[in-house]
Design a protein around this ligand. Structure first.
Ligand code: CAA
Length: 690
């Protein structure tokens, strides 16, 4: 298929890109664009060329799916050199996004026109990379390193208006960006040989360099595990100190090295995993989502308030409902305060806060849900409470309204069964804090209608979430893996490890917090109550709760929290208590290396993931990863638990689990059939993809 069409407007040729969905710079597009450029330059009557695009994006960058394959010519740097060195001016007409290689195309042009809705950015850093086609060399020359470096470091696109202020685009036009680009191209053609961005030196000043070095120092100090920050600093420094050809060569070498880095591979895997998650069996484009113009949230606790904020942030009016005036006043005030933190931090204006608050209507009593197109229940986590609410909602909600529960564990089919419209009932599991965490687990009980699931997916995206559709079972996907890890952490304590050792193994792996620090923060009593309700026990965790050591809120948990301290300190009494538990079970305590601890924590999660796949609760292994990356802060550069398992090798995991199962007599540690099968075949979870 031809991806570029060449037309003419007077003496200006227009190369129009058409490579759906986002005009990624695939090998075909690169070849077609080079061909169009060559043709336009060869035609005597053509004085200039405009590069424009069909569809929602100008160019979304390199085709990420081609990374890792041998590069097909023309490679992007060569195409850009051809554009920049063209004898006639080339102007970019940027509508929609110009990202990564897409912005680099723009930078190689001799002029840039944008529409107000355009967004321009170099997001490579988020994929563990750096710009690889001259972005680190041309952007500092065009707008100065002090503005260019933060853009590349954050990877966040900037709006067209800001790009105009920075000098990244020459003109902003409300309508007909292509027409304006043609006019600019004609104007440049009248001025003789086009000026190359890479030939500019006016921004390569000493003060820009000093400002960049200050920013670079700060960035390096915060770079953590990611090697691409240092690479970015080196490349940008090259722009300021090296001749262009050397700067470009340095950038390319750094880029190619990062392409092979496991951390970057994991981040690219995550990019596609998140998009893949939105593809759900039985739900294609023919299933039309229901319109959602108004929502209601039942329960104005931390969770309900956070969910209401998600709607307000997306511009959807929402009624926040409680049972008493006092409770709704409290919940409503908490939402206002939460926005207040953003105002104080400077990330939100007072006016925006008021706009958002105006979209949230506080109300008492379920009758206020009558007008909502979707009702999300975020009340107490108890089946009796849920049944009562859904029974009432069945009478109150308008026909066709979607009835959702935010339950973290409970059976959606049982909840749906109390209504006369089970096809409209599903789970929408938000993660705390709901206005921040990206994950939305969409729980699909057997009887729910496909258009209800499609609505939930579309709504999730509108709310800025990463939706993942999962099956209906106790704990769904995320909390089943969490429970496997929690039990593993308890087993480790009994066997000889201490809380700080377990936590350190996990933070060393890249998590922000270990399981015990996390439990102390959330409140140890929460899981204690849940264990008791299910007739389960955990010797150490129960003993700690029996002493009232519920975590940070009581000043003691697995750690001690002296007045004002946020980080816990080791507690000799807790450590003695753990030793007592081991003794009471006849366990001779032994020490564990961080590596052993990590394997004992993560292997059971992978095992549970394999069971989840076998049961069809998750559609694909990458969905499990997407859940843990966006809901449980699994470090993105590690790609998620199933991706991690593939990188370790399933055979090694099976052997370790077998050994642990034999040692402990705990049948839940026996490798799941799917895990055994894949390991025996020498395959990974990635091989399950169709
Ligand atoms: N390469 C390949 N496919 C891409 C892509 C890319 N750069 N960007 C998006 N896509 C695909 C997505 O996988 C998705 O495909 P499916 O529909 O089959 O799932 C489709 O395009 C639409 O994407 P989204 O669902 O994300 O649509 P959106 O409208 O929400 O967002 C977007 C569009 C803002 C362009 C977003 O997709 C995005 O941010 N893309 C990545 C941009 C990026 O990181 N570019 C830099 C690449 S690295 C680079 O460019 C280096 C270099 O040149 C040397």
């Amino acid at each position: 298929m031809q991806t570029v069409t060449l037309t003419r407007q007077g003496q200006v040729a227009i190369a129009s890109l058409d490579n759906p969905p986002v005009n990624a710079l695939s090998a075909a597009l690169r070849a077609d664009l080079l061909q169009a450029l060559t043709q336009a330059m060869a035609e005597a009557e053509v004085t200039a060329l405009v590069i424009a695009a069909q569809g929602k994006a100008f160019i979304a960058g390199a085709d990420i799916s081609e990374f890792g394959k041998p590069p097909a010519p023309p490679i992007l740097p060569d195409l850009l050199a051809a554009i920049e060195n063209a004898p006639k001016p080339v102007v970019a007409a940027i509508e929609g996004v110009a990202l990564g290689g897409g912005l680099e195309v723009g930078l190689a042009c001799h002029g840039r026109v944008a529409s107000p809705a355009a967004r321009l950015g170099l997001p490579e850093i988020k994929l563990g990379l750096i710009p690889g086609a001259g972005g680190t060399q041309r952007l500092p020359r065009l707008i100065g390193a002090a503005a260019a470096f933060p853009m590349m470091l954050s990877g966040e696109p900037i709006p067209a208006q800001k790009a105009l202020t920075l000098g990244l685009v020459d003109k902003l036009v409300e309508a007909d960006a292509v027409g304006a680009a043609v006019a600019l191209a004609q104007e440049l053609a009248g001025k003789g040989t086009p000026v190359k961005t890479s030939a500019r030196t006016d921004k390569l000043t000493e003060s820009e360099r000093a400002a960049f070095e200050t920013l670079a120092k700060d960035a390096l100090a915060k770079s953590g595990e990611m090697p691409n920050v240092a690479a970015l600093v080196e490349a940008v420094r090259g722009a300021l100190t090296l001749p262009l050809a050397e700067g470009l060569a340095t950038e390319r070498a750094l880029f190619v090295k990062l392409l092979g880095d496991e951390r970057s591979k994991a981040l690219r895997y995550v990019f596609f995993a998140e998009r893949e998650a939105a593809k759900v069996p039985g739900i294609d484009d023919s299933v039309k989502p229901r319109p959602i113009a108004r929502a209601a949230v039942i329960g104005a606790g931390t969770m309900g308030g956070g969910i209401a904020m998600c709607f307000a942030n997306a511009g959807i009016p929402v009624t926040l409902i409680e049972t008493t005036q006092e409770q709704i006043d409290k919940g409503h005030a908490r939402v206002r305060d939460t926005y207040g933190f953003s105002v104080k931090r400077g990330s939100m204006t007072e006016a925006v806060r008021e706009q958002r608050m105006a979209l949230i209507t506080p109300a008492v009593g379920l009758a206020a849900a009558a007008e909502a197109d979707i009702v999300i229940e975020a009340a107490f986590e108890e089946m009796g409470v849920k049944r009562e609410i859904f029974g009432a909602l069945d009478r109150i909600a308008k026909p066709g309204a979607i009835l959702a529960s935010n339950t973290s564990y409970l059976d959606l089919a049982e909840i749906a069964a109390v209504t006369s419209r089970p096809a409209d009932v599903l789970g929408l599991h938000f993660f705390s804090p709901a206005n921040v965490m990206k994950l939305l687990e969409i729980v699909r009980p057997a009887g729910v209608a496909n258009d209800v699931v499609a609505t939930a997916i579309a709504l999730g995206r509108k709310l800025g979430k990463v939706p993942v559709v999962v099956g209906n079972c106790f704990g769904f996907v995320g909390n089943r893996l969490l429970e496997a890890r929690t039990r593993a952490a308890e087993r480790l304590l009994v066997a000889g490890a201490l809380p700080h050792e377990v936590d350190a193994a996990l933070t060393g792996f890249g998590f922000k917090m270990g399981p015990f620090a996390m439990s102390d923060l959330a409140g140890n009593d929460i899981s204690w109550r849940s264990r008791k309700a299910r007739g389960k026990s955990a010797a150490v965790a129960d003993a700690i709760c029996e002493r009232g050591w519920f975590g940070q809120k009581t000043g003691r948990g697995y750690y001690r929290y002296p007045e004002g301290a946020r980080a816990g300190e080791r507690d000799p009494e807790v450590e003695a208590l753990i030793a007592e538990v081991s003794a009471s079970k006849g366990v001779t305590r032994r020490s564990f290396t961080a590596e052993e601890i990590l394997a004992r924590l993560l292997d059971p999660m992978v095992n549970e993931g394999a069971r989840i796949l076998d049961e069809g609760i998750a559609t694909r292994a990458s969905d499990i990863d997407t859940v843990w990356l966006n809901g449980y802060n699994w470090p993105a550069w590690r790609g998620g638990p199933m991706h991690w398992a593939d990188s370790v090798g399933l055979d090694a995991i099976v052997k370790r689990l077998e050994q642990q199962a034999a040692e402990s007599g705990d049948a839940s540690l026996e490798p799941a059939p799917l895990l055994r099968k894949l390991a025996a075949e020498g395959k990974g979870f990635a091989s399950l993809r169709a």
